[in-house]
Design a protein around this ligand. Structure first.
Ligand code: ZN
Ligand code: ZN
Length: 247
């Protein structure tokens, strides 16, 4: 399975990174996690045809995680997509999503593909997607609005995604995590709804994690200095735009 980092930036406007969004690709099955800037271009750059994308999971409804949706749907309509697309969102955001689709007049464009909306209750652990050996579940994250983290199991490996959250004690309950993709909105400063780099090294048992990849990063934050100071450069790395890892 491939994990593509389509955007790696925090909500703060930055010059170096687009807002955080990932694409998990497994043997022709593609799921986008949140939709940030220019999703069609980025999917094309990773050779995922707009016809191929299977689903989108919204972790929460802050603008930096959802604003690319109109562009994604518009591109799919222009390319005459036919395959159904499933949008997963928290049940508390379902009405907003419908209102947004209505405001964009998506159903008046004449889209040729069914748009399925599936809801979950982000306060609970729920299985969202099972595709052959790829299983994706959600768990509650700790943020200012209803937000989920994701547990991705693939081929005996465990990947945890916590893209916008303070330190989450639920993540501490796993015995071993192969890849932890975690937000680090700041390198040093603490923030009640986000995570800083020292909080990651203080709160998670790094020896029980294979690799930590940091996303939701802000411009001009001294990540490299902090990683060196904390002596965790072997274990923890900052994600780069359009980077891809194989799991
Ligand atoms: Zn965010
Ligand atoms: Zn947020």
């Amino acid at each position: 399975m491939e994990i593509h980092f389509l955007g790696t930036g925090s909500a703060y406007p930055g010059s170096e990174r687009d807002n955080t969004s990932l694409c998990f690709s497994n043997d022709g099955y593609h799921v986008l996690i949140d939709v940030s800037g220019n999703p069609c271009r980025k999917l094309k750059q990773i050779n995922v045809d707009l016809e191929e994308l299977d689903s989108v999971i919204f972790t929460h409804f802050h603008i930096d995680h959802i604003y690319g949706l109109p562009s994604l749907l518009w591109g799919m309509w222009l390319e005459n997509r036919h395959k159904p697309l499933t949008l997963y969102c928290d049940e508390r955001n379902e009405e907003k999503l419908h209102q947004w689709l209505d405001t964009m007049e998506v159903y008046e464009w004449g889209i040729q593909f069914p748009l399925h909306i599936k809801t979950f209750n982000g306060d609970h652990i729920e299985e969202l997607i099972i595709n052959e050996n790829l299983h994706i579940s959600c768990f509650p994250a700790l943020h200012s609005v209803p937000t989920i983290g994701l547990e991705i199991r693939y081929d005996g490996k465990l990947i945890i995604y916590s893209g916008d959250s303070e330190v989450n004690s639920y993540i501490q309950t796993y015995e071993y995590i192969d890849v932890l993709i975690h937000e680090a909105t700041s390198a040093k400063k603490t923030d009640p709804i986000h995570t800083s780099l020292p909080e990651i090294s203080d709160s998670y048992e790094l020896k029980s994690i294979g690799k930590v990849i940091l996303v939701h990063l802000s411009d001009k934050e001294p990540y490299d200095e902090e990683l060196s100071r904390l002596d965790i450069t072997e274990k923890v790395q900052t994600a780069e735009e359009m980077m891809c890892i194989n799991v």
